[in-house]
Structures are given as C-alpha cells and as structure tokens.
Design a protein around this ligand. Sequence first.
Ligand SMILES: [Ca+2]
Ligand SMILES: [Ca+2]
Length: 95
Amino acid sequence: MPPTATATSTNTPTATATPTSEPEPEDINQDGSVDVLDVQLCVNVFLGSDSDPAIVSRADVNGNGVVNVLDVQLTVNAFLHGQLGPTARQRTDPM
Ligand SMILES: [Ca+2]
Ligand SMILES: [Ca+2]
C-alpha cells in the first residue's frame, strides 16, 4: 500500500508593496527616517522647549493645530513600526 502524498499548498497572495516616495509625516526633522530624534523633537515642541516654527508645524503630526501627547504617541508608534516593519514583512516567506 503506497503512502498517499498530501500536498499542502499555502499560497497566500502577496500584497504589492507601494514605494513610499513621500516623507512620512512623523519624520519631523525630515532626514528620511522616523527615529528617536523625531520623537525627541516632538517631545521638545510639546514641552515648549523648541519653538522653531518649521519644527513646530511638522511636530503637529495629526494636523489638528496643537502639539500634544497624541502627536508624541503617533511619532513613537511610527518609530516602533519602522523598527518592526522589515521583520514583520518577511512572515510570508515559505520555510
Ligand atoms: Ca527623522
Ligand atoms: Ca496635533
């Protein structure tokens, strides 16, 4: 009696990755990446220790006219997501 070969095909459609040409809104210093420096800038504006108009306007990440803890939270989230992003996107690789 030959063993029956069970072919399990787990073909998941891969989402087309759209290249992000525009800078992320959380990239407050506009150096091309959201990192701890952007978090620091947002916190500085929130605390009132940074009054540079260009920084202040960009620190308002959600664009509601004020820089508060929500903008800091968005920047922190973008920072953490950027760190976890590349690893999370490799989960569709077959083992
Ligand atoms: Ca940055
Ligand atoms: Ca805001």
